[in-house]
Each structure stands twice: as structure tokens, then as C-alpha cells.
Design a protein around this ligand. Structure first.
Ligand SMILES: C[S@@+](CC[C@H](N)C(=O)[O-])C[C@H]1O[C@@H](n2cnc3c(N)ncnc32)[C@H](O)[C@@H]1O
Length: 250
């Protein structure tokens, strides 16, 4: 569905059907998807260029599209290493496009689930590609809203962050429909298609993702407002409906 919103070609009739229900409830969903993807690019560039991060663990990767994490990171630092993780078998089927590492760096893909973070952290592939004695950037962009409270997302966050050394970073974004009346209908559209989802407001998202971490300015904001680089006018926050932020583990 995200691929459909982004204008990609890797979607099925069932995806389009649910995506159209989502668009009926939240007509600006495409703007949110595009702004979220642009946020991911700016965040990875910031982490590689300004925070000096060389290793990335990207959970909820999505289908390969433009500006995949390793492409952005390795454009700054060719030796950057990236492990991609998703639980959707379709992403696995397309993973070859994520494995186009630079000669100096490394990329890898594992099928894994955010509901079992210990399995991700102990995966032999993850341990081989990433050095957990040095800072790692954990990327959870547009995936935490697929962790409703019944999946115990706070426990997932605690396990993941405990596994990272001091000086590591978390970049996260989260859909919200705080400002729109269509929130309940949008959530129902996903849930009835078998995709559990829970939209959260900025405070709940910040508490879930960034408790105990040092937020990097400007903090948790609508993703289009996170260190924008394009001087063009930006969409209204109510058309974006995705919050994001980056924080450092002290
Ligand atoms: C909206 S896409 C985000 C893609 C990319 N991170 C971005 O922001 O451009 C969400 C991705 O999260 C994945 N996902 C959802 N629940 C997951 C879970 N429990 N474990 C791992 N991946 C999950 C979906 O399969 C999908 O590929």
C-alpha cells in the first residue's frame, strides 16, 4: 500500500483496494507517504554526514524504491554498513535491489519481525555485518504504527535500545490522524485487511520511541518540518499526518 501511495509498481489488487479505502478516509495519505520517504532520506544523510554514523539497522524497510538507506548513507560514507529487516515476504522477494552495496560497505537483508526484537538482534547476519561495540543507527521509519499496544511495542523498544551501545541513534516516524476526523475509518480499513495498526498522537509516539534518549533538534515534529532542505513551500501539517524525530542514546 505504501508503494501504491508512493507511485511505485509493486502492488496487488488487494493492496490497491485497501489503499483506496484509506484515501477515502484520509485523502492526503499520498502526501504523508512522500514526505515520510523524504524525511528518511534527510535523516540518513544527517546521521552519516553530521552524526558520524557508519552502521544502520533498518527495521520495516519496505519495498525497495528510490533513496534506499544504503544508497543515501554510502553516498556520504562508502564504507557504511546496512542491515535491512522486514516481515513481508514480498520485500524479501525484491531484496536483491537492497543488496547493491558499494565495494567498501556492506548490505544485508533478513526476514524478521519487530514483535521478536531479540531474534533480530541475535541474528548471525546482523551480528556479522554490524559491530555492536560501535554506534548503530536504528531506523524505525513508518513502522511503529503497525505495532498496536497489544503487540507490546514498549517492550520491543526497550529490547532494541538496550542492545545498542551508547552514542547510537534512533530515527523513527509514526502516522497520526490527530488533526483529521478520518482516523477511525483509516485504522478500520487497515485492520479489516489483516494489517493491525494503531495511530498515535505526538506525545504517545514520543513516549514510546524516545523515552530515555536525547532528542536532536527540532525534536518530534511533523516529518516535513524535520530539518527541511528544499526551499519550496511545504504541505500543511494536516496533509502530512506523520510525526518523526531522531534521538541519541546517552
Ligand atoms: C510504510 S512501510 C515503511 C517503509 C520505509 N521504512 C519507509 O519509511 O520508507 C512499513 C513497512 O513495515 C513493515 N512491517 C510492518 N510490521 C512489521 C513488523 N512487525 N516487523 C517487521 N516489519 C514490519 C511492512 O511490511 C512495510 O514494509
Amino acid at each position: 500500500m505504501y508503494d501504491y501511495f508512493l507511485g511505485g509498481k509493486n502492488h496487488f489488487a488487494a493492496d490497491r483496494e485497501t489503499a483506496k479505502k484509506m484515501l477515502a478516509a484520509a485523502p492526503h495519505a499520498r502526501t504523508g507517504a512522500r514526505e515520510n520517504r523524504a524525511f528518511l532520506g534527510r535523516v540518513v544523510r544527517y546521521l552519516a554526514a553530521e552524526a558520524g554514523i557508519r552502521q544502520f539497522l533498518d527495521i520495516g524497510t519496505g519495498l525497495p524504491t528510490t533513496n534506499n538507506v544504503h544508497e543515501v548513507a554510502q553516498a556520504v560514507t562508502p564504507s557504511a554498513r546496512v542491515v535491512y529487516v522486514d516481515n513481508d515476504p514480498l520485500v524479501l522477494a525484491h531484496a536483491r535491489a537492497l543488496l547493491t552495496s558499494s565495494f567498501e560497505g556492506r548490505t544485508a537483508y533478513i526476514q524478521g519481525d519487530l514483535r521478536d526484537p531479540a531474534a533480530i538482534l541475535s541474528s548471525p547476519v546482523v551480528r556479522e555485518v554490524l559491530d555492536f561495540t560501535r554506534p548503530v543507527a536504528l531506523i524505525l521509519v513508518a513502522v511503529l504504527h503497525f505495532m498496536p499496544d497489544e503487540f507490546k511495542p514498549a517492550a520491543t523498544m526497550a529490547t532494541l535500545l538496550d542492545g545498542l551501545p551508547a552514542g547510537s541513534y534512533l530515527a523513527a516516524s509514526h502516522a497520526t490522524l490527530e488533526t483529521l476526523p478520518g482516523a477511525a475509518a483509516a485504522t478500520r480499513a487497515y485492520r479489516s485487511a489483516g494489517v493491525p495498526m494503531q495511530l498515535r498522537g505526538a506525545d504517545d509516539f514520543a513516549e514510546l520511541a524516545f523515552t530515555g534518549l536525547e532528542l536532536i533538534p527540532p525534536g518530534v515534529v511533523v516529518v516535513s518540518e524535520w530539518r527541511p532542505t528544499d526551499p519550496a513551500p511545504r504541505p500543511a501539517p494536516a496533509e502530512v499526518n506523520v510525526y518523526g524525530g531522531v534521538a541519541r542514546k546517552p
